[in-house]
Write a protein that binds this ligand. Structure first.
Ligand code: GLN
Length: 193
């Protein structure tokens, strides 16, 4: 299995390290040709405005959309989640429009830009998951086909799945807990339906 990690900006090295701990071959992706032959793709956190600009500058956006149509599994974390969305409240970001969610950038405001929270994510088992939130977005609205995996309260969804697309507002790659990455690897494998 080969999983690419979009490596134009942001926390890509940490995702590669987490996947390697799971003994998955993880490759940085900077060029359209590097998308070929992948079983899955990670879009990391960083700055969604920069990543969205670089995706078009490097000619990667079209390739990712084409592969998503052919069922490539994609995980987006934090800024990566914003890029997966159908709609972002902020016109500065052009999301890829793959997942039927509307997101809000920097949703926790200046007072609490970064925080950690023990998250209940039933799909990962009973043990709480350490959620690291850094200027995090939220999912404001999710369509029927989207499964909520974690919410902080009724209007604050912070992780969701739509078939082979997985999104988290937090940073699983910045913790030692590999369960979120394992969940994605199982989706890539087709063993998590
Ligand atoms: N605030 C960033 C954005 O809107 C996301 C932050 C992150 O990925 N840690 O792009």
């Amino acid at each position: 299995m080969r999983i690419g990690v979009l490596a134009v900006q942001g926390a890509f090295a940490e995702h590669i390290a987490a996947l390697e701990k799971l003994e998955v071959e993880a490759l940085p992706v900077r060029l359209p040709a590097e998308l070929l032959g992948l079983d899955g793709l990670v879009i990391p956190g960083g700055e969604s405005t920069s990543i969205s600009r670089l995706l078009s500058d490097y000619d990667l956006a079209g390739g990712i959309k084409n592969l998503a149509e052919r069922d490539l599994a994609i995980m987006g974390t934090c800024a990566g989640m914003i890029l997966l969305a159908r709609e972002s409240a902020d016109p500065k970001v052009k999301p890829l429009g793959l997942m039927d969610i509307r997101v809000k950038r920097n949703a926790f405001g200046r007072q609490i830009e970064s925080f950690e929270a023990e998250l209940a994510i039933p799909a990962l088992g009973e043990k709480p998951f350490p959620g690291v939130f850094i200027r995090a977005p939220i999912i404001e609205q999710a369509s029927d086909g989207v499964e909520t995996l974690c919410q902080l309260d009724s209007s604050t969804i912070v992780a969701a799945r739509q078939e082979r697309l997985l999104a988290a507002a937090f940073h699983p790659e910045l913790t030692d807990d590999l369960r979120f990455h394992k969940y994605f690897v199982d989706i890539v494998n087709g063993s998590k339906s």
